[in-house]
Design a protein around this ligand. Structure first.
Ligand SMILES: [Zn+2]
Length: 400
């Protein structure tokens, strides 16, 4: 299949980027010869570690720094920060693509919005501020915390659009913010936690549209849901998405679980080219009334670098966390123990919590089977667990 014009243009742009010039020279790849998707799949992947190694260099020594950068945000990496560079063109495109999705979310020009994400150093606050202003909304940069002042401003200005992490939104809802009609959430797992969106919606009074987003500092945006609630749509005019088998690195068809790989379609500063996100997801192609097709129905539900093979099935332990969070009687302290009994894999789960109805273990077993495709041999709910979440793979004698 022929490459789209956007991909062709972007490869041309990337072929002048000194970081990728060196990388492609080592791999023996000439980007100007890439004409089809099959050719494209021969381009080597880009890893987080190689990008961060370059980004953490002083600007004067980094092949990813450029003179036309207009904004430098930062993002945490362990105890360090790394820079997130944007040119003016990058910000313009980011705002334009997001503005189109604001319309699909039900935001109207002139709506009064409040953003409770941080504005210092990190990108989230300015990301929303910029796109909402670009779209033509009125935006109050509330920033995080100070809930009493936030509630007063939201009520004084009859704010109808709130941008917040779900936990803080629920706190504000308890204090009374009835004017809010659309909530943009981010910063915490949301759609991937079964039952959580319904819980937040109820806490917000029921009559509210909740829009979930998925992105990362190096690629904002990646996907966002719309008012029809059909999942998170890939922003396919901003980013080219592939799903690969993290083991074989083969590109997988739509509908299969695998690792998300991203390529920017416009970005000038730090463009991603076949960037392995390490995030586990499933991408489906289905048409939505909003016009988007490529969709992540459950957002992201695990990290591929923690994959274990249990009973011949690929198992991502962080999936367990999302499932447990949907049971109100259980805390997020749990222990998964993989061992060998009689020559076959044995899978045990211990969770802190209570089970007054006596049905939680069975419901948990069914949910785990459905979502991980694995039958857990032993599930126990205990009143107190010393530590967790933890995963112990006794087959190898080590955990993480
Ligand atoms: Zn849609």
């Amino acid at each position: 299949m022929k490459l789209t014009a956007l991909l062709v243009n972007q490869l041309e742009r990337i072929s002048r980027n000194s970081f990728y010039v060196q990388k492609m020279r080592k791999a023996g790849i000439d980007l100007s010869s890439i004409k089809t998707l099959e050719d494209f799949e021969n381009i080597p992947f880009t890893s987080t570690s190689e990008l961060l190694a370059e980004l953490k260099k002083k600007p004067s020594e980094s092949a990813l720094y450029r003179e036309d950068i207009t904004r430098i945000n930062f993002s945490p990496s362990g105890k360090d920060l790394y820079p997130v560079y944007h040119t003016g063109h990058d910000l313009e495109i980011m705002h334009r693509v997001c503005a189109a999705s604001l319309e699909a979310a039900g935001v109207k020009k002139g709506d009064i919005c409040a953003v409770t994400f941080g504005y210092h150093l990190f990108i989230a606050g300015l990301f929303y501020q910029g796109q909402l202003e670009y779209y033509g909304a009125k935006v109050i940069p509330l920033g995080p915390g100070e809930s009493e002042r936030a509630v007063q401003i939201i009520n004084d200005y009859q704010v109808s659009i709130l941008v917040s992490n779900p936990t803080f939104a629920m706190k504000l809802a308890q204090m009374g913010i009835p004017s809010v009609k659309i909530l943009f959430v981010g910063g915490e797992p949301f759609t991937s936690v079964e039952g959580y969106p319904e819980m937040v919606k109820k806490a917000m009074g029921g009559e509210i549209t909740i829009i979930d987003s998925y992105s990362m500092a190096l690629c904002m945006p990646v996907a966002r849901s719309c008012k029809y609630g059909t999942g998170l749509h890939i922003m396919d005019d901003f980013v080219h998405a592939e799903i690969i088998d993290p083991g074989t690195c083969r590109v997988l068809p739509h509908g299969e679980n695998g690792e998300l790989v991203l390529t920017h379609l416009h970005k000038e500063a730090v463009p991603l080219l076949r960037y392995r996100t390490g995030d586990l997801t499933r991408m489906e192609k289905k048409s939505c009334p909003c016009g988007r097709e490529l969709t992540l129905p459950r957002s992201v539900f695990g990290r591929t670098d923690e994959m274990l093979k249990v009973k011949g099935v690929k198992f991502w332990p962080s999936q367990v966390s999302g499932i447990i969070r949907s049971f109100s009687g259980l805390s997020n302290k749990y222990r998964v123990i993989v061992s060998t009994r009689g020559g076959v894999d044995h899978l045990q789960l211990m969770v802190e919590g209570s089970d007054p109805s006596g049905t939680t273990v069975d419901e948990l077993a069914q949910r785990l089977k459905r979502d991980t495709l694995l039958a857990f041999n032993d599930i126990r709910i205990t009143a107190k667990l010393e530590d967790g979440p933890s995963v112990i793979d006794e087959r190898k004698g080590r955990g993480f």
